[in-house]
Design a protein around this ligand. Sequence first.
Ligand code: UDP
Length: 313
Amino acid sequence: MRVLITGGAGFLGSHLCDRFLAEGHTVIAMDNLITGNTANIEHLAGRDNFLFVKHDVTNYIYIEGPLDAVLHFASPASPIDYLELPIPTLKVGALGTHKALGLAKAKGARFLLASTSEVYGDPLVHPQTEDYWGNVNPVGPRGVYDEAKRFAEAMTMAYQRYHQVDTRIVRIFNTYGPRMRLEDGRVVPNFVAQALRGDPLTVYGDGSQTRSFCYVSDLVDGIYRLLLSDELEPVNIGNPVEMTILDFAKAIIELTGSTSEIVFVRPTDMRIKDDPKVRQPDISKARRILNWEPKVSLQDGLKETIAYFKSRV
Ligand code: UDP
């Protein structure tokens, strides 16, 4: 296949580039580098079957030659990024998805949308199944991301139904691993960097909120399988092992061998407004139709991640 990966210099996008190249495909990575970084793909520079194009996908996308698949992964994805970049976040979810779908339609390519567990908002159904419609505050600080992705899903389904574009939607739950930005503000880089520096780990609120963390290689494998499957409706991909943020902080301290303390903070900015209180994917569908489930334990995944951050702290 010849595939376009938007957001190809980002955390997930760059790991997808690696996977598609390893499977023998040709990859065009596109990124405007507002949160992506060419350091994530510099090891691919000069390869015959790899090309990087710096472009903002909210503008018309021109690609020469045939394309078999378009994977739309461009978007700020960390709460502090989309709080700082609310309009680019809305634009890439709305206009960027439209452009990427238009390209897929023109090329007769399969289209895969990177959607998110944020479409479920602060969920009233737990664990979250794909048929849950969600509980999103459209005017809250997270609304710029959540609603952009919800719009992107609607746009994707419209292109499937009205333009017969062959589409897939993955709803991605919290994912971690090497190439996350140290300063991206999400809990994994924050806690790991704090633990490695001996600084206090900043638990927001009382730490009773839960998340379920998936290692990046497991996520990429689920996405790869979904692209090759016949499933036209959204599919959750994530690790169902759920834990409180307080327990997660303790696990990071243990695995880094840090002497850091844990402090409970309530950021005065909008960071924790509408923070989902629980999150856990129901992955029955992925298990059934993709024969997929995560394989990497939190301990093994965090070891790799800590090693990556160690060289950067
Ligand atoms: N969090 C925290 N301390 C931090 C960063 C995040 O306690 O330094 C919490 C945050 O309030 C949320 C969870 O960790 O409940 C996951 O946050 P993240 O930003 O990683 O992603 P989210 O799942 O909210 O999109």
